[in-house]
Design a protein around this ligand. Structure first.
Ligand code: NI
Ligand code: MN
Length: 235
């Protein structure tokens, strides 16, 4: 499947850059320097029009404040994380919650459910970070991308399918903190995307789920499994 003018680049772990057909850069869960899977050439990445943060864990927003300050892009996240990032000097935020959609021109971003936690680690301890989320993003060309964030599989993925019909699903498969391939394969059955791209595996020793295991489980699925290398672009 072609992304019809869009370009999706995996920066390792849960970080992705989605360049839209209208040349906007949407960055999901930026964690660049310090991310063991982020290629060095992306450590100083400085292109973003919108920064989406699914939850407060460091491996999803470790580079969000820096990237926001560099680019002036708004950070779109839950209310608690948006408020926290403002205290960290981020100028523009959009705090929202699940079921809400923000529109920027012909681009729509909807916050959806995730089954996970969202505490923010700070020097003075753990802060409440609201609830974890995923994002469904629909581009100018109608392409619909679902970034699941960190999550277990949940039955209401059927609602995400029915409401938004995601073409591309970015799903965590590493296990331990999220779905492993077993749950992710079930999620693919609920979501029925055209393409699934695995993420959030291999970064730490605990994240043992592998794309090969997912491949075996999806042998009879019409969904195409596309495995990217960190730094690789899909278009
Ligand atoms: Ni997490
Ligand atoms: Mn994570």
């Amino acid at each position: 499947m072609s992304l019809d003018g869009a370009e999706l680049t995996w920066l390792g772990h849960a970080s992705f850059v989605l360049k839209t057909p209208g040349d906007k850069y949407i960055v999901f869960d930026p964690w660049l320097e310090g991310n063991p899977k982020c290629p060095k050439e992306f450590f100083n990445w400085d292109k973003a029009d919108y920064i989406l943060v699914t939850h407060g864990h460091f491996d999803h927003m470790g580079s969000a404040a820096l990237l926001a300050k560099k680019t002036g892009a708004p950070v779109i996240s839950n209310f608690e994380i948006a408020t926290y990032l403002e205290t960290q000097g981020v100028g523009k935020t959009v705090g929202m919650n699940k079921g809400g959609t923000v529109e920027f021109g012909d681009i729509k971003m909807t916050m959806v459910y995730a089954d996970h936690s969202s505490g923010i680690t700070t020097n003075s301890g753990l802060l409440y970070g609201g609830e974890a989320s995923g994002f469904v993003v629909t581009l100018e060309n109608g392409l619909c991308v679902y970034h699941a964030g960190d999550t277990n599989v949940f039955g209401d993925m059927v609602l995400i399918k029915n409401l938004y019909r995601p073409d591309v699903a970015l799903l965590p498969i590493g296990g331990h903190f999220t779905m492993s391939p077993k749950e992710a394969a079930y999620a693919v059955g609920l979501l029925e995307p055209k393409v699934v791209i695995p993420m959030h595996y291999g970064t730490f020793d605990a994240l043992t789920g592998s794309p090969d295991a997912l491949k075996d489980l999806l042998a009879d699925s019409p969904t195409v499994l596309t495995v990217l290398e960190p730094g690789e672009q899909y278009c």
